[in-house]
Design a protein around this ligand. Sequence first.
Ligand code: 5AD
Ligand code: SF4
Length: 458
Amino acid sequence: MLDVLSRGTPTCASTFFCNFAAVKKLYIETYGCQMNFADSEVVAAILKDQYELCIDVQDADLILINTCSIRDKAEQRIHKRLRELEALKRKRPHLQVGLLGCMAERMKEELFHSEPILNFIAGPDAYRSLPQLIEESAKGQLRFNVLLSEDETYADIMPVRYDLNGVSAFVSIMRGCNNFCSYCVVPYTRGRERSRNPKTILQEVEQLLRDGYKEVTLLGQNVNSYKWNDDGMDMTFAQLMEVVAKTSPDLRVRFATSHPKDISDELIETIARYDNICKYIHLPVQSGSNAVLKKMNRVYTREYYLDRVRKIKETMPDCALSTDIIAGFCGETLEDHEQTLSIMREVGYEYAYMFKYSERGGTMSAKRFPDDVPDEEKTRRLEEIIALQGELSLISNKRDIGKTFRVLVEGYSKRSHDYLYGRNSQNKVIIFPKGDHAPGEYIDVTVNECTGATLLGN
Ligand code: 5AD
Ligand code: SF4
């Protein structure tokens, strides 16, 4: 089987580099969601006059770790990484190490006690103060800024792009979350929801087009509740998508993530109307049981969710759907779990991100409900969910055999430079022989083989 180079999943880590005329070397390591990747690009832009980005951590004068707190496992991974970096700091005593993002916000200055390697920490709304934090901590003081803001969107900062394929880019359109799903730490670590001025979003998209990019993903914790009403403009998310789609028919537009409660008919119809808005919606369901959904504070029912799916499929029969699922939430019975499996079958998701429930301190569910599904049982349920999704993805991929898709080429297959990989509108990865094509091109590819994870074509 051929493999591909992937651009980031909800649980991956990545580094990036670029060249600037500057003196010191900066190494950034990013963990977690796409929003964190977009934030690291903003951080790189804020520091670009003082630091040149480097690809080898051994060369760094400054290491920044952009962190994720969504599950305990994500945090443990970062603690482990900081342990590894201690040896490097012993060799390079002038090296500064800063921790950014959700873990900084969640644990605040307590982190200095558990992680003596750290010189400073900065929460997600404090990146403009990084030059000051770095300067002051270089003098030997431990510095931190974890203030959350009601209006910071880094709107005026043009991110430094690090995906060297130069084909697709993330554009942050809003920050924070007001939903307070009972299991989730994000509203506490990333603060209240706020939308970015559409003028600056469009300026960023137009710059990307001039730089040759072919795809943008509009990012936010809940993009469907994007709302702008200022500066002589009034805009919903559907209207923003339309304006972005109109910048060029050659620019593909994607978005993530959607809360089912906000996925309006207007938005579904807008996606359907534009060929260059990708026919792929990530619609996290979390559970198929009404009792669990209620405890999760998801504010929709199974029936409401299925009605939204019906509307999407009626309007766009070729639209792919993916989801997030949590196994073993507080009080989840076997019957609740069966309901999750049944909603997965009913929707027939193309893809799913699947997790075991992980209790997060300070959240509603940690305060109110005992984490009472034993870990082995969570694992068993998760494995059942993963196995079912494997079957559903394979069924969906088999349906694509013989079909021809317009693919945007993203790069070379990891296993062989004779093959390229790209995605179709439905976000499925397709691998095919290179011929005389190159990344950045649109090519019509006919699928002739598949696995559960990938389509192979010609
Ligand atoms: N435990 C497990 N999964 C979680 N998620 C969010 N919080 C938790 C938690 N405490 C999952 C949800 C969300 C995705 C980004 O991470 O499925 O949609
Ligand atoms: Fe967390 Fe819910 Fe907000 Fe998503 S919508 S970030 S799961 S609180």
